[in-house]
Design a protein around this ligand. Structure first.
Ligand code: ADP
Ligand code: MG
Length: 556
């Protein structure tokens, strides 16, 4: 056996702990949800490993989480009979920040004031370390399923921790025991009724039963039955229960903007309960950010990287539970299972349909979803050819009609096409920074003719507009590219240019061409502008100017 060790936390952890301890955040209750969700995860991991190694379950096959209260000692213990941790796993899991959400969270407060950080804790799950909001000291005793020895991790949350081999009598026979020595304010949690209320409210629907032992000499009492919420029928579930489940499954602290719960029957049988978050997660644009929809098979958690949702719906959280997949699903099978393909298709289709319904029934709520996730949804315009028409229908735009500000609202492509001028054959757009493009000289001629131009501010816009997209037969056309054929659309504000002026322009154009020589490909008179004298545009056949800049920036 190895000697006891003292170690310091990874720098990010130390910062996070400092923030936790000095947090003025009032809703400390959330620490319990974090510890219970870890305990439930551990039980589910064991259930999964036991499919191939049934011996791991031994004499104790039923998963459970138990809360022990010791009011006199000021201690609260959260225990599970899940997978447990070895000593090495403890160092890895409890000494470093692994999960990308927490990392992104740290980067965010790095830049912000500590004061804001405390409020941010209220909005985002920060996992195990939230225990230090209520405890002066945290001791973790754990025994890995199937292992002989146990390990003990201990810290006061001030920058260092110790790990050592533990006396087996202090650790559960299997799984993890987290002992919180409550701080002054945390003492209120050493109370049966407080805990029962919080558990029912926050964690009542985790798929593992929860028990409480109010005093050391008492018997365990069940306070949550471990019946997974998604297995119940919709009519039995309240909005509040859905929201609580969302928070525990997604590690978010807000209310879902959209809840989609359904059971598919027929060729493939599965249940899905998925949510669109009410606020955008920090790591939405992380390159390695994948979906977070958990895959279950007959109530057994299998994996959270089966990539149930396409990338452009990676903000969707929740669970899918299949009745048809084999329990011993391998990596390879995850890749090319026909059943999973059908599930992916079914859930994706349903989420999009429900978004459509939301946009029709509650435009304001949908506008919120679009503000948060529109830039991600738009990736689908070039990634998912099949669903492109549906995604175009869901897309919302700022335009020269709404203006760049929030007060102007959003336009749909349907609105745009309905308001097209006679002889207008294209959907015009300009890409770039909203505040700037709104005043681009290239827009003048369009404004003068009352022709609407979409203002496209997101990076992704430069990609989908060049992917051959059209809407109701009208192609998308950049106002900063090629000739803008507006001559068939009459001016609404000004007279046409007199013929004499047009002729004079020809001479001038010849002069400019000669002067600039190879610097430009062409010089021409344009309907684009009314008050500005000149503007730069890209060639018809070339790529859009913004895309050109993006690619140049990417070193290509
Ligand atoms: P997350 O749950 O998002 O991974 P946490 O900070 O809550 O992040 O937990 C960090 C890690 O510690 C977990 O991923 C897990 O490996 C380990 N862990 C925490 N609690 C337990 C537990 N009760 N049983 C087994 N492992 C645990
Ligand atoms: Mg956790």
């Amino acid at each position: 056996t190895a000697a006891p060790e003292s170690r310091t936390f990874e720098a990010d952890v130390a910062k996070l702990l400092h923030l936790m301890v000095h947090s003025v955040y009032s809703d400390r209750d959330v620490f319990l949800r974090e510890l219970i969700s870890n305990a439930a995860d551990a039980c589910e991991k064991l259930r999964y490993e036991a499919i191939t190694t049934p011996d791991l379950l031994g004499e104790d096959p039923k998963a459970r989480i138990t809360l022990f209260i010791d009011t006199e000692a000021g201690r609260l213990t959260i225990e599970d009979n899940g997978i447990g941790m070895s000593r090495e796993e403890m160092v890895e899991a409890l000494g470093t920040i692994a999960r990308s959400g927490t990392k992104a969270f740290m980067e965010r407060i790095e830049a912000a004031q500590a004061g804001e950080g405390a409020q941010l804790i209220g909005q985002f799950g920060v996992g195990f370390y939230s225990a230090f909001m209520v405890a002066d000291q945290v001791d973790v005793y754990s025994r890995r399923a199937g292992a002989e020895g146990a390990a003990h991790w201990s810290s006061d949350g001030k920058g260092a921790y110790t790990v050592e081999d533990a006396d087996v009598s202090l650790a559960p026979a299997r799984g993890t025991r987290v002992v919180l020595t409550l701080n002054e304010d945390g003492k209120t949690y050493a109370d049966h009724f407080t805990l029962e209320r919080i558990v029912k409210q926050q964690s009542g629907h985790v798929p593992v039963p929860i028990y409480i032992v109010p005093r050391p000499e008492d018997e365990p009492q069940e306070i949550a039955d471990g019946v997974a919420l998604w297995t119940k029928s919709k009519t039995e579930i309240s909005t509040e229960e859905y929201a609580d489940f969302y928070r525990s499954v997604a590690g978010q602290f807000d209310n879902p903007a959209l809840t989609v719960h359904f059971r598919a029957e027929g060729r493939h049988e599965y249940s899905a309960l998925v949510f669109v978050p009410g606020i955008a997660p920090f790591d939405l644009f992380d390159a390695d950010r994948t979906g977070r929809v958990k895959l279950y098979v007959k109530r057994v958690f299998i994996t959270d990287d089966a990539e149930i949702m396409p990338r452009y719906l990676r903000f969707v959280r929740g669970v899918v539970d299949s009745a048809d997949l084999p329990l011993n699903l391998s990596r390879e099978m995850l890749q090319d299972s026909a059943i999973l393909t059908a599930i992916r298709k079914g859930v994706t289709g349903r989420v999009l349909t429900e978004l459509e319904k939301l946009s029709q029934n509650d435009a304001e709520a949908y506008a919120g979803v679009w503000s948060n996730f529109g830039p991600v949804l738009k990736e689908g315009l070039y990634e998912d050819y099949e669903r492109r028409p549906q995604l175009l229908g869901l897309s919302r735009f700022k335009s020269t009609t709404t203006g760049a500000g929030a007060e102007g609202g959003w336009r749909t492509l349907k609105d745009y096409v309905a308001d097209c001028k006679e002889n207008q054959t294209a959907i015009y757009y300009i890409t770039g920074d909203l505040a700037r493009i709104e005043h681009a000289p290239q827009l003048e001629g369009f404004r003068a003719r009352g022709v609407e131009v979409l203002l496209l501010p997101d990076q992704v816009d430069s990609f989908w507009v060049t992917a051959g997209v059209d809407y109701e037969g009208k192609p998308f056309k950049s106002v900063t590219q090629g000739a803008a054929d507006l001559s068939l659309i009459p001016l609404t504000e000004k007279d046409e240019t007199p013929a004499a002026e047009a002729e004079a322009a020809q001479d001038f154009i010849a002069f400019v061409k000669e002067t600039l020589a190879d610097e430009v490909a062409d010089v021409r008179a344009s309907d684009r502008m009314t008050t500005s004298a000149v503007c730069l545009v890209a060639q018809d056949v070339g790529i859009d100017r913004r895309l050109e800049k993006l690619l140049a920036g990417a070193g290509r």
